[in-house]
Design a protein around this ligand. Structure first.
Ligand code: C2E
Ligand code: MG
Ligand code: MG
Ligand code: MG
Length: 279
């Protein structure tokens, strides 16, 4: 079956393509309604101090309970949220939610708890970002030092002057900054000397196949050494196996995030985990 276009052009008619288009339109419409209909949730993945064996903080991660479709993961809706600009209200929503939840944990007696929230480039480049963060901290009464914002290298590399300025303003509020997926971006290590960040998060792709893959081992060691010499914290993400924990500990990285210790959890389950550590 071919559909006649103008002149001599023909296009094969592909019913599947049409279905996909209808689906993607529905998907987009649903995403627009997600916030208003209260379909977003935050889950929290613990960060462990593997020396003390305690949770030191959590990373807030978005989930979307799409009606009749189940839970949608970020990789399936964040790209569209970025394209449509929806990431800005969504990002603000999870920031507020995560700060309020962490303040709640403080009130329950876990006053050391920190929370990190991922910032998309769009959100970061928004004029009101610093004012919004400030307002959210005031409203939720979370101490600013308990909030960490996760940025990616690519965001830092582009638009460096403006980015540097925003990072300075965020740090003036008392907020911490980490570099997510460290080592996977346009890595010019030079930027690290100019950018006042607190933490490097070693990307999962380097943690995978550790310790047997010598290249991954070399990169991981280099990042740990780099963090130590710049007096930055370093955390490994995507840690799934005991051997990885052992390797990281032996090489001086004690902050661990990954399925080995815990998958992302609902807030109430984080609470349970924390209580059980003190039993
Ligand atoms: P990320 O910030 O690097 O977060 C880590 C991702 O790896 C999370 O996936 C987490 O569930 C997963 N993960 C952690 N440990 C393990 C492990 O041991 N094994 C495996 N296989 N996976 C592990 P998730 O929640 O699907 O998020 C994916 C990405 O989506 C995040 O990567 C982040 O870039 C983005 N994202 C999530 N929530 C938000 C948000 O609120 N705002 C923005 N802008 N981006 C978000
Ligand atoms: Mg992250
Ligand atoms: Mg990451
Ligand atoms: Mg990652």
């Amino acid at each position: 079956k071919a559909k006649k276009l103008s002149g001599n052009q023909f296009q094969l008619y592909d019913p599947e393509l049409e279905d996909r288009t209808v689906e993607s339109v529905e998907f987009e419409n649903d995403l627009y309604r997600a916030l208003k209909n209260d379909e977003l949730t935050a889950v929290y993945q613990p960060k462990y101090d593997s020396l003390k064996n305690v949770i030191v903080g959590v990373e807030a991660l978005l989930r979307w309970n799409r009606p009749n479709k189940g839970v949608i993961k970020p990789r399936d809706f964040i790209p569209l949220a970025e394209e449509t600009g929806l990431i800005i209200p969504m990002g603000e929503w999870i920031l507020r939610k995560a700060c309020a939840q962490t303040k709640e944990w403080h009130n329950q007696g876990f006053e050391h708890m920190a929370v990190s929230v991922n910032l998309s480039p769009q959100q970061f480049n928004q004029e009101e970002l610093v004012a919004n963060v400030k307002q959210i901290l005031e409203d939720t009464e979370l101490p600013p030092s308990c909030l960490e914002l996760e940025l990616t290298e690519n965001l830092i590399i582009h638009n460096t002057k403006k980015t540097l300025n925003v990072i300075h303003q965020l740090r003036e509020l008392g907020v911490k900054i980490s570099i997510d997926d460290f080592g996977t971006g346009y890595s010019s290590l030079g930027y690290l000397k100019d950018f006042p960040v607190d933490t490097l998060k070693i990307d999962k792709t380097f943690i995978d196949e550790l310790p047997e893959n010598p290249n991954n081992a070399a990169i991981t060691n280099t990042i740990i050494t780099l963090a130590n010499s710049l007096q930055l914290d370093v955390i490994a993400e995507g840690v799934e196996k005991k051997e990885q924990v052992e390797y990281l500990n032996a090489h001086g990285c004690h902050l661990i995030q990954g399925y080995y210790f815990s998958k992302p959890l609902k807030a109430e389950n984080v609470m349970q985990q924390m209580y059980s550590q003190y039993l």
